[in-house]
Ligand binder design. Sequence first.
Ligand code: TRP
Ligand code: ZN
Length: 881
Amino acid sequence: MRKDTGQVFRIEDYRPSDYLIPRTSLAFALSPEATVVTAVLDIERRQGIAPGTPLVLDGDELTLVSVAIDGKPLADDAFSSDPQHLTIANPPHDEAFQLTIVTRIDPSRNGTLMGLFRTNGVYCTQCEPEGFRRITYFTDRPDMLSVYTVRIEAERAQAPLLLSNGNLVEQGDLAGGRHFVVWHDPFPKPSYLFALVAGDLAGLHDEFTTASGRKVALGIYVEHGKQDRAAYAMDALKRSMSWDEEVFGLEYDLDVFNIVAVSDFNMGAMENKGLNIFNDKYVLADEATATDADFANIEAIIAHEYFHNWTGNRITCRDWFQLCLKEGLTVFRDHEFSADQRSRAVKRIAEVRTLRAHQFPEDQGPLAHPVRPRRYREINNFYTATVYEKGSEVVRMIRTILGPDDFRKGMKLYIERHDGDAATIEDFLAAFEDASDHDLSQFALWYHQAGTPNLTISTAHDAEHQEFRIEIEQSVPPTPSESRKRLMHIPLAFGLVGEDGSDITPTSVEGATVENGVIHVRKRRQIVRFQGVRERPVVSLNRGFSAPITLSVEQRADDLLFLARHDSDLVSRWQSLYTLFTDALIHGFRSVRGQKAPEFPTGLIAAIGDIASDESLEPAFRALALTLPGEADVARDIGTNIDPDAIRVSRDALASAIAKANGERFQALYDGFDGGGTFSPDADSAGKRALRNVLLDYLAVGAEDPSLAARQFDQATNMTDKAAAMTVLAHRFPGHARTTDALAAFETQYGHDPLVMDKWYQTQATIPGADAVDRVKALMTHQGFSLSNPNRVRALIGTFSTLNQTGFHRADGAGYTFFAETVLEIEKRNPQLAARLATAMRSWRSLEPTRQAAAREALLTIAAPDDLSSDLRDIIERTLA
Ligand code: TRP
Ligand code: ZN
């Protein structure tokens, strides 16, 4: 494990490496405990660098066997090595030489899941961001592009399948039951895109012909017996390949594209050139084992990794500060793909919810950082919602500002200019500026300045002068190490909605640039005046969520209700309801804190019933509209002095008021959708299931007994309906005999299938209330649970700490104490996983004082050991700062 050294990396310290490695040849002699790696590196001294300049390569936990230059072994005093470096103090003065390094590694005892490791008997690598240095000594940075040739040798029985990047060029048998292959990847790539997989896996095969006629052999490799569950992923892959040709004009460039699914993986998936490696959760799906959410995630992640082939691989990052160059852009591309494959509005609403749930709290807490950071201690901790999701929002705003045509031109120019490069955000922005006549210098602050901007907005209508005024004031809250903020360029999409629900077109506008329904906010304070507005319009703001900001608007409840029913923009209709819900829940929260029973506006409650049964709206939209803000969302909007128990009381009271007022309507609707019939994972069918399952939850809130949910659980013919019923039973009727039966039945049926069991852990980890801590502790001893599998850990510990507000934030601090011990235990094997879990504590300062003190104690417990990994040390110190 890499221990913390306190070293901080700074963007301004970037300089090109002294030496280049144009060709890399690797030979792996695979063996579970002692794999030998022979790296032959063609090294060239960069122009202008003095002959004899020391060559320093990166390493991590490597055992060095030998070093040779141009075939001659180096004397012991000609190099020095420690676990982090290999230094050749006085390399040959020739412009080019060949360095041969032999290292030995132990994949079986590599719990970090970085470098070469074993997962269920399969050899697998993960090199992004700095895992390649755990395989051999190398200049392990993304601007070191090299052409790789990889020879893999292994026991045939143990590993009949041997994969690496690029094309297969040679294979054969060896003595002693061993065999070998050679792969060659013609595209120069950074070391983080290197991959190797070796093992006994089943393949699902298909073919894709690109627009220019190249035949690509497609393969998805999974555990034996699970090939059928890879069919949806294969379909998503082919749709992604076509879509990227149609929408971005980008074609695949190798003869082979392989995907491998493994069960131990730190994140979702990895875009290694020609050999994507996936967490099996994001490959395997069929109706009996996967929910609609799983299908949607698979589609999105398959697309995401495939799209990286251009945005990430052909054009990579100069350094890790530029991570958003590939991630933000690729998330934007996968969002657009899913929007085209499904319902655009529904997809956008889901994005807004995710951004608010994950990125806003990051931006508003101690871990806030710019989309393109300037400092880091541990780069692993910067694969964040800010880099990914806000990074995608920034690209979306560029498109909003430029318009679709200039945006397309900018993308084309970016790719033409930088294909084969390791590029920067400045390069990216320059392409859009040069392809259009837009000045993006103020806009660029979105990359450089952390924090969620806020717009305070008020409006006034002057009937006499037929003028409507929007007064806008912008502010960006201070974030760690950035107390003073500069003014941003915020594209605010809006509409002036008239009495009949259609938009009013004013005769003229002054006070701001207004184009295509977007106000370009650039100053601290702006008054936008619209002329020729006879009647008072209702203003619809941030339509389509055009900017990732918060709004402070004094908007009348009846105006919001009007927008919820009539706005032409569906995102805004959803947002209006969401705002009304939030206001109601905060009001309810204050009542509860003041020992009063919460009361809720009847207009809102009636509107919910109407929207639920409005046939002109797609079911998926109605499901989203009916979903109350989560307890954590409400907490964030309250901001300080959080008492999660009171939030829960308020939220349950609102749900039950809605259920009571609309019970009959909900029941009729629920009965109208039947859960049976042939299953299809398409968006329409999924939307119907989503609505039915939201209704089931409301019906359970209003019910005396769990029979409806129990019946759905027993009769469900797909995992979406089954898991939803199990959750309703567990959360609304905890401890009830029908609930206990359902949980036991689920375990009996799926106990052999870890991915499905994750739903069982998750459901129980999120049962609200104080006894959650003991429940989670008990589940940790379940025979299927393991602290070394990231999916299991996230299903149980991750969901408990992020989604179970009342359980985790128990007033006596027992949730935190348990969490601190568990994080430290996990850190011993997998520091990356531990660090990511620990971010669940980031909002601790907004808790009420008792909980805050308990949370601080737990954070200090985590911080106490003096040999913490750099991953965990970095998160904990920033959280406590
Ligand atoms: N580049 C990957 C993606 O976004 C994510 C990634 C980064 C990753 N580091 C990782 C995946 C470590 C697994 C393990 O597509
Ligand atoms: Zn990515």
